[in-house]
Design a protein around this ligand. Structure first.
Ligand SMILES: [Zn+2]
Length: 484
């Protein structure tokens, strides 16, 4: 019987090994390595035919076709080895996967272990403007809804326990009057929530009350007033709103008011803080209301920091470092001055606040949509506008920031001044369709905590960011008010 030549046996052997390895490892790095290590044209053809035509196989085929020489053979093996190692490193090892799964579980646990304060949630605005007509009509919305960013079910899932309810007064009340009355009606509306759901929600006017509510499994609803316009021109109204439960006041909003200039306005009415505004800040110190510098102009910010005896907060601002043209965010110098006084910046989650290029694209897209609706005689809230908006959004998909970018802003503050001066200030229910991927609603705080854990933040750091930093400022404001 004629014996098979060694080369034929070898070829058969290679094909068998290649097939077996293909079955066992499927399209993996190991398959490619085994195929290449056989150093055979058949193996190479098989590799090209059966596997994806990737770099390793292609390199092997080119080399094996042309070489019979030890130098090129060694060079080829070396190259294959380097590529294979690179691919192995690029792949998540089982150890990494275990680590990330552990951090993921830890993030979920920490979100529920600690209080989460959010410096700014616009639920009252959503209730009032979009859904609120009669008192009974809001029933249901604070518990579980398909629209909006906040409700009880999702807050529980995300671990949110102390969202500052924004008592927002639009700037036009500064001209037409009635700001105080309007703010009172929004406070009444928020107070109706714990009345309607006493087993789920409770009002809170101090860190101690939030801690008590937290232990009982309740969500606290502290009040923050956005825009100082409801103080009108009467200093007594500061104490009045403190009595009503307001614990911070954002001095202004979209335009200059009687208190100070706005970052969105260019008028510079007061070149910062007005004389009345300085009185308001002192009165807030006296009664125990936190001063909120979000929305104020740079000059107003520096003047407020000089006047205030207590540390101040930015309830929903991000870092201007990432958005140089967006003056609504805080510059590095402002963050340093804020921290030096012991204050806290609560990072706004909106893409508008996180990334200049994406904000500009969103603004452009928004303008185009408005022009389209206007040409059809429609407004955004009209029901006939809904399909048009949906079509437009499909044709012009927006580019959103993601949860990692929010973590970048937190990181930036931490690198600048330390972990004691930063918190969350989502602006949920106040920034429309601009929330980042992975942080679309109040159920998703664990995603942000996870991002921070992956970056090496400790449990202690997370607790500070979630609530302890804010509580430190709040307690200091209480201490200053008591004159201790
Ligand atoms: Zn705002």
């Amino acid at each position: 019987m004629k014996q098979n030549s060694p080369s034929k046996v070898y070829l058969c052997w290679v094909i068998i090994v290649a097939f077996i390895s293909q079955i066992i490892f499927r399209d993996s790095v190991q398959t490619q390595l085994i195929l290449c290590l056989t150093n055979n044209a058949a193996g190479c053809i098989l590799a090209l035919y059966q596997l994806k035509k990737n770099t390793t196989a292609l390199f092997y085929s080119l080399s094996s076709l042309t070489m019979n020489n030890a130098f090129w053979l060694s060079a080829m093996f070396l190259a294959i080895f380097v590529i294979a190692i690179g691919q192995l490193i690029a792949q998540e090892s089982p150890k990494d996967a275990q680590k990330y799964a552990r951090l993921r579980a830890q993030a979920d646990k920490l979100a529920h272990k600690y209080i989460i304060v959010d410096g700014h949630v616009d639920l009252p605005y959503r209730l009032r403007v979009k859904n609120f007509k009669f008192v009974r009509e809001f029933i249901g919305i604070p518990i579980e809804t398909r629209d909006g960013d906040f409700d009880y079910v999702r807050a529980k899932r995300g671990g949110l326990t102390a969202p500052f309810m924004s008592i927002y007064t639009p700037s036009d009340y500064q001209k037409k009057g009635g700001a105080k009355q309007y703010a009172d009606s929004v406070i009444d509306l928020v107070m109706g929530i714990p009345k309607a759901y006493p087993d789920k929600y409770a009002l809170a006017t101090s860190p101690a009350e939030i801690e008590r509510n937290f232990k009982r499994g309740m969500i606290s609803l502290p009040l923050g007033m956005e825009n100082g316009a409801p103080i009108e021109n009467d200093l007594h109204n500061v104490a009045y709103f403190h009595k009503r439960g307001v614990r911070y006041i954002t001095l202004t909003h979209g335009t200059d008011n009687l208190i100070c200039d706005s970052s969105y306005d260019t008028t510079q009415t007061w070149k910062g803080l007005s004389p009345f505004g300085a009185e308001v800040v002192r009165e807030m110190n006296r009664v125990g209301i936190m001063v909120d510098v979000s929305h104020v102009s740079d000059s107003a910010f520096y003047q407020v920091l000089r006047v205030s005896k207590a540390p101040v907060i930015a309830s929903h601002s991000s870092c201007r470092f990432f958005t140089p043209t967006f003056l609504r965010n805080m510059s590095d110098d402002m963050i340093k001055v804020l921290a030096k006084k012991g204050g806290v910046i609560h990072i706004n989650f909106s893409t508008y606040f996180l990334d200049d290029a994406k904000r500009k694209a969103m603004e452009k897209s928004g303008e185009e949509l408005n022009a389209l609706l206007k040409s059809k005689g429609l407004k955004g809230q009209d029901s006939a506008a809904k399909p048009i908006i949906a079509d437009f959004e499909r044709a012009h998909p927006l580019l959103f920031s993601d949860v990692e970018e929010v973590a970048n802003h937190i990181d930036h503050v931490v690198k600048l001044v330390g972990v004691d001066y930063v918190g969350f200030g989502s602006d949920f229910d106040g920034v429309g369709n601009s929330l980042p991927t992975g942080l679309k609603d109040v159920a998703q705080y664990p995603n942000l905590i996870y991002a921070l854990l992956k970056r090496g933040y400790s449990e202690k750091d997370i607790a500070k960011i979630c609530y302890q930093n804010t509580f430190r400022v709040w307690r200091e404001v209480e201490r200053v008010a008591k004159g201790k």
